[in-house]
Write a protein that binds this ligand. Structure first.
Ligand SMILES: Nc1ncnc2c1ncn2[C@@H]1O[C@H](COP(=O)(O)OP(=O)(O)OP(=O)(O)O)[C@@H](O)[C@H]1O
Ligand SMILES: [Mg+2]
Length: 550
């Protein structure tokens, strides 16, 4: 980039930098965002397809989870990255609806572009979209169904809806039972409301057996075994020491040389080391610990002494697990063995090493804090348990959402139709061009029922016109029954979703779309690789390689 000053070019950006401005920048960004939305479209809903994503090492992930698809895709275009962020925000906030939020954002941008092409200024579109989003949130609140936050049957239905669109859908009844139990177990009542911290539910997975062997454990599961085969496999009334320092003699940081001249000196040296290790063991056992869980390594000699004292020990536990263990067992993580007292010990009724599949895992049950729970996922292969873990995350999230904000909506595109209907009325009250933006928002949101229908092999025009007609007649919950291929009352079909998820979809999609629309200048430093020209020349879409330039 350069400017001319008296005939001499003035360089402002480094060589290799590129810049696109105005309509070109906007067009490229919108196109990139739309391509992202297009890629996840076919994954929406119970009839959506899964994606197989292969990383640079050749490892495959099979999933229909919007966030995972985008995370694994490793996109480079900055606007496309913003779309990936939408899915991430959606997931972090409410844990479900990631695919929908990306599709809606893409559609909002597509409709915005039509208006911009008709010379409507992007600022007007942005204002219109913001107003439309506020109105949409109002509508959702208005039609939401109030529920009892601890109504187990209802929560199960919400969990089952979120799992209906996943690989695990066959087992969703059983998994819903497990996930609802887990959340109700950890929910805490604060005033009139309930609070849930998903970190309190530990999720472990181990390939093998089948999904029906997935279990809820009242306590904690560690994917670890005793460090020494001579240690007890079962410790009842366990007193647990949680240690985050290595049970080893610390090596000096620099090379040191010790001159040993006589065999006695050699013996004394070794003896000293052994004494130090023995002392370490004494510090732990003298306080009554019967189980040691160490975040770092444990010296062979220490292992041996602990085993001889009938203490079982686990090494290299994850830091996050140490925190969970502390919370569950009521113990404190010890950094310095010299400060260790009996009060720091955690308690569990039973600590047991069990063989699960080919591996051994440690179960810590009947913890001091009865609120701690774990889910141990089983399933045919590693890919299945991985996808099950993601689906269980979605299920746990939606249950939490409803427990914390006890309002729900019936799904299948019904709420989206209510929004679009209300927005068309609302648009009438607005001045000219903003009216157009609100109308486009209404059209964009209808992409949800359209896509659900399309993925089920239905004709989008038929579905949409029937849906509009039924909603006009006052059927609030008319939506797409993807299994029967008909428009049906989603409330009767008990397809329930949290209000929080739908609200977040509106918020994250609008935010992303308006943010992308506001950009009219893209200055890319030379560091960034220029995207490859797609086969078929510029404008052609070489699959995913067909990202537009910046
Ligand atoms: N039985 C059903 N009939 C019709 N629609 C359904 C049914 N079950 C779920 N849906 C709809 O499917 C949509 C959710 O699909 P899906 O779970 O694939 O995407 P998402 O929740 O947006 O994203 P992700 O789960 O990947 O984070 C919702 O609109 C929901 O109402
Ligand atoms: Mg979902």
């Amino acid at each position: 980039m350069s400017a001319q000053a008296g005939g001499v070019p003035v360089l402002i950006l480094k060589e290799g930098s590129s810049r696109s401005r105005g309509r070109t920048a906007q067009h490229n960004n919108i196109m990139a965002a739309k391509i992202i939305a297009e890629t996840v479209r076919s994954a929406l809903g119970p009839k959506g397809m899964d994606k197989m994503l292969v990383d640079s090492l050749g490892d495959a992930t099979i999933t229909s989870d919007g966030r995972t698809i985008l995370d694994e895709m490793d996109v480079e275009h900055p606007a496309a990255k913003m779309m990936v962020e939408v899915a991430k925000t959606q997931d972090d906030e409410v844990g479900d609806g990631t695919t929908t939020s990306v599709i809606v954002a893409g559609e909002l941008l597509g409709k915005a572009e039509e208006l911009i092409d008709k010379k409507v200024h992007p600022t007007i579109v942005i204002d219109g979209y913001r107003k439309a989003a506020d109105k949409a949130l109002e509508i959702l609140e208005k039609i939401a169904i109030e529920v009892e936050p601890t109504d187990k049957d209802f929560l199960k239905k919400v969990a089952m809806t979120s799992m209906a669109s996943k690989l695990v859908s066959e087992n969703r009844e059983q998994l819903a039972e497990i996930t609802v139990d887990a959340i109700l177990h950890v929910a805490e009542k604060v005033g009139d409301e309930y609070r849930v911290d998903l970190d309190d539910v530990m999720v472990e997975k181990k390939p093998g057996e089948s999904m029906t062997d997935t279990k809820l454990i009242e306590g904690i599961v560690l994917d670890k075994e005793n460090v020494h085969p001579g240690m007890p496999k079962r410790v009842e009334e366990a007193k647990i020491a949680l240690i985050d320092t290595a049970l080893e003699v610390q090596k000096t940081e620099f090379d040191a040389k010790i001159n040993i001249e006589t065999p006695e000196q050699m013996e004394a040296f070794l003896h000293e080391e052994e004494n130090m290790l023995r002392e370490m063991v004494d510090k732990v056992t003298s306080k009554g610990a019967t189980v040691v869980i160490c975040q770092k390594g444990i010296d062979d000699m220490v292992q041996h002494f602990l085993a001889r004292n009938g203490v079982s020990a686990i090494r290299r536990a994850k830091k996050s697990d140490m925190e969970k263990l502390a919370k569950a067992t009521g113990g404190r993580v010890i950094t310095n063995l010299d400060d260790f007292t009996e009060d720091d010990l955690g308690y569990a009724k039973l600590v047991e090493e069990r063989k699960i599949g080919d591996d051994k895992m440690t179960f810590i049950e009947g913890c001091k804090n009865p609120k701690s729970v774990a889910i141990l996922i089983r399933g045919g292969t590693e890919r299945i348990v991985d996808e099950a873990e993601r689906s269980i995350h979605d299920a746990l999230s939606v249950i939490r959402d409803v427990v914390q904000e006890p309002k729900a909506l019936a799904g299948g595109g019904a709420p989206e139709l209510e929004i679009s209907r209300a927005l068309r009325d609302y648009a009438e009250s607005l001045p000219g061009r903003e009216q157009l933006a609100v109308q486009r928002f209404a059209e964009a949101i209808e992409t949800v029922p359209i896509t659900l229908g399309e993925n089920a092999g239905l004709d989008p025009i038929d579905i949409l016109s029937e849906l509009r007609a039924r909603h006009d007649k006052g059927e609030t919950w008319a939506g797409v029954d993807v299994f029967e291929g008909k428009v049906k009352d989603m409330k009767k079909l008990e397809v329930y979703e949290p209000l929080a998820v739908k609200k977040q979809i509106i918020k994250s999609a609008t935010e992303a779309a308006t943010m992308i629309l506001k950009i009219d200048d893209v200055i890319a430093s030379g560091r960034m690789k220029a995207p490859p020209t797609p086969p078929g020349g510029p404008g052609g879409m070489g699959g995913y390689g067909g990202m537009p330039p910046y």
